[in-house]
Design a protein around this ligand. Structure first.
Ligand code: AMP
Ligand code: MG
Length: 488
């Protein structure tokens, strides 16, 4: 395949490609017919040390489509396994390729991955391709998550391929360039434990430590430190999801990162009315990945990581199990602390009082009963307008407001300080499902202006001064429940 010169600023140093060969298959992207750039994330390009103008040039677009390789890229499909809805299976990059690890001007090392780049040995029955709508959807929601301050993979570009992809209907094909701290997953470790030797597993663990938590290498028990670090990062991440009403939708172990970033924007969506049982994914018929189950599923997935790491935790298996259980036992506490701290900020509470957790949980229960919009309720409370919430007028809510008022009165902070804290924790704008759909429909018809406007609003979710009225409004009641789709 043709290589391109360095004008765009590609600067690869590929460590994953130095792992034992078991962990990947070298594979070039499959050529596409007529690449056309649809989206380019200029701020992200700058962070990566890439020149936006060069990326927009015909040669740059050829790279983003997989028709040309940047100098230094070593394209490969990563091997991984995973539990999908509880069932263990071999997976791997079936429609994605890691081009390499970009060294950024700030000294970070970022995976550059093409998603939708054609078949690989891990494609099973799939066509290796992606459709434009879902790739733009990943772009919108991952960038919204980033702006919300939630660790996530990001979207550098979306390119149309000029080739159809066949799903239920004929759709436009597209390639997304995804960036990540790394694409290591719980499922990568499951794969190593299942198919590899102890040395292979160790090589992977050492790679993860060097990449994501170099301080763990100095620990007396580096692999236990690795496990504990992933547990804490995931506890923090899932707490952040819960605090903004994000439903991942497909928390299979292959979709849980070691870095602590959110990955895989398939059937995810933000909850409107507060209800822990909310599910959007069309295939999640039993609600395994419902909003309120996410913290527990996180623990289940981390137990799979711990199992995979057992051979490295201790020579004596019993002792290894003991250490793993001890580490897993810390998850719930970490999660609760992160969640409660976030809830305090959402309610404007400084310091810590015994009663805080009940105050938060009691409000959520009132919201559930009143079918209150999750984001809008906290937005209204931030603006000091409880009378705008659907709980208004009930005796229970008046009691709750009085309790909160007494709690606020016990802290020294001023009203302005309380409001500032709340504004930093309660987004005015989230990617509302109907707004996302509207943007995608226009984009698929060739009009990107709706998506551009939405992205601009989502880029400043905590800016209460911006004119966000269109995006902050409670959505109209849909005619039928919102549905999202996997692997589309
Ligand atoms: P996901 O649902 O995106 O987590 O994907 C689960 C697995 O299915 C991964 O191994 C993907 O690479 C694979 N996969 C999803 N879509 C396709 C496709 N169109 N062609 C080949 N493999 C796919
Ligand atoms: Mg996946």
């Amino acid at each position: 395949m043709e290589r391109t010169e360095q004008r765009a600023g590609w600067r690869f140093d590929n460590r994953y490609a130095r792992l034992p060969e078991l962990f990947y298959v070298r594979q070039e992207p499959v050529q596409v017919r007529e690449p056309r750039l649809v989206m380019l994330n200029e701020p992200l390009a700058a962070e990566l040390g890439l020149d936006a103008e060069a990326l927009r040039s015909p040669e740059g677009v050829e790279v983003l489509a997989g028709n040309r390789l940047p100098e230094g890229a070593e394209p490969l499909a990563q091997a991984y396994a995973g539990h999908q809805f509880g069932y263990f299976t071999m997976l791997g990059d079936g429609r994605a390729l890691l081009l390499g690890e970009q060294l950024t001007p700030s000294g970070a090392r970022i995976d550059i991955q093409l998603k939708g780049s054609g078949r690989t040995p891990y494609s099973r029955g799939g066509d290796g391709r992606a459709a434009l709508g879902p790739m733009l959807r990943e772009y919108i929601i991952s960038e919204a998550m980033h702006a919300l301050g939630i660790p996530t993979t990001r979207s550098l570009a979306v390119v149309k391929t000029g080739m159809p992809v066949i799903r239920e209907t004929v759709l436009q094909g597209a390639v997304l360039t995804r960036t990540a701290a790394s694409h290591l997953r719980v499922g990568t470790f499951q794969f190593a434990a299942w198919r590899g030797s102890r040395d292979d597993l160790k090589a992977l663990a050492d790679f993860a430590i060097a990449r994501h938590m170099p301080e763990a290498a100095e620990d007396k028990q580096p692999y236990l430190a690795l496990l504990r670090e992933v547990i804490e990062r995931q506890a923090a991440l899932i707490a952040r999801w819960m605090l903004v009403g994000f439903i991942h939708g497909v928390m299979n172990t292959d979709n849980m990162t070691i870095s602590g970033e959110t990955i895989d924007y398939g059937p995810c969506a933000f909850m409107d009315e507060y209800d822990p049982l909310t599910v959007f994914s069309s295939i999640d018929t039993h609600g395994r990945y419902a909003y309120g189950r996410q913290p527990a599923i996180g623990a289940w997935n981390l137990a799979r990581l711990a199992e995979a790491l057992l051979p490295l935790l201790h020579e004596d298996e019993e002792k290894a199990v003991e250490l793993a259980e001890e580490a897993l036992g810390e998850y719930a506490g970490w999660y609760e602390r992160h969640w409660l701290q976030g809830m305090r900020a959402k309610l404007g509470l400084f310091g810590e009082e015994e009663e805080d957790e009940a105050l938060a949980r009691d409000l959520l229960e009132l919201m559930r009963k009143a079918r209150a919009d999750y984001t809008r309720t906290f937005f209204d409370l931030t603006l000091g307008r409880p009378e705008d919430t659907p709980m208004h007028g009930t005796r229970e809510f008046e009691d709750w407001l009085a309790r909160r008022q007494r709690r606020l009165a016990r802290q020294p902070q001023t009203e302005a300080e309380v409001r500032r804290l709340m504004m930093s924790a309660n987004p005015a704008v989230i990617p509302r499902n109907y707004r996302v759909e509207e943007a995608l429909a226009a984009a698929e018809a060739g009009d990107l202006s709706v998506m551009e406007r939405l992205l601009a609003a989502l880029a400043a979710p905590y800016d209460y001064d911006a004119d966000h009225a269109d995006y902050a409004a409670v959505p109209p009641k849909p005619d039928r429940p919102y549905r999202t789709y996997c692997g589309t």
